[in-house]
Design a protein around this ligand. Sequence first.
Ligand SMILES: C[S@@+](CC[C@H](N)C(=O)[O-])C[C@H]1O[C@@H](n2cnc3c(N)ncnc32)[C@H](O)[C@@H]1O
Length: 233
Amino acid sequence: MLYLVGLGLDDGEITQKGLKALENAEKAYAEFYTNTETVSVEELEEKTGTEIEKLSREKVEQEDIILESAEEKDTAFLVSGDPLTATTHYEIKHRAVQRGIETTVVHAPSIFTSIAETGLNVYKFGRTVTLPEDFAPESITEHIEKNDSIGLHTLVLLDINYDGSKAADKLVKIDESLEGRRAVLVERANADSMNAKVIELGEEFETGETPHCLAIVGKTDHMEEEFLESHDG
Ligand SMILES: C[S@@+](CC[C@H](N)C(=O)[O-])C[C@H]1O[C@@H](n2cnc3c(N)ncnc32)[C@H](O)[C@@H]1O
């Protein structure tokens, strides 16, 4: 059995079901390269009695350590946020099914739902884009344009340590027409120190600790506008 267990975005967000799965597992792996390490692995080990091994990106993406382990024994794979919302983890589930490994997914809070803290209605987001720090995929502009054409908001995910102000700057460099566009910067969603503020792409603004993401504002209704106004930065 392979348990894909979400850790949520902040310490204490693993569910009772997640803890139970970890207890049932004979071996557990965790990865923290798609998101910040917000939990104490040692505390989880103590609580559940299961040893947890942290894996690098290479180990997760290029080797089949997790699936090989799950073929032999009950194995848990711990991931930040929700287990099926990062492409890598989604692919692991897919490959597990192909190899005939039984899987159980234990969901947890995710940036895809916490983005609602911006005040933008989650039903009104279009295709999500990812902006890496070291290059600029052309598809980003295309997806933002498509979302814009039908009034949808765009969630822009960033590399984990990528500063939101630098990312906002890069968006304008990639596509000049985005200059002056309203967006919401979300910092450390779900943490006590969470902050959301309305910014204009291309303008300088202060940021705090990562992780950050941006929501480019599409067509809003009255309630969304009132919510946006309530952010004091
Ligand atoms: C590849 S996504 C993984 C999403 C994760 N599986 C989930 O369910 O939330 C990681 C990116 O989401 C955004 N993100 C994750 N946690 C965040 C948080 N607490 N506050 C703001 N942005 C966050 C950041 O841009 C981060 O680099």
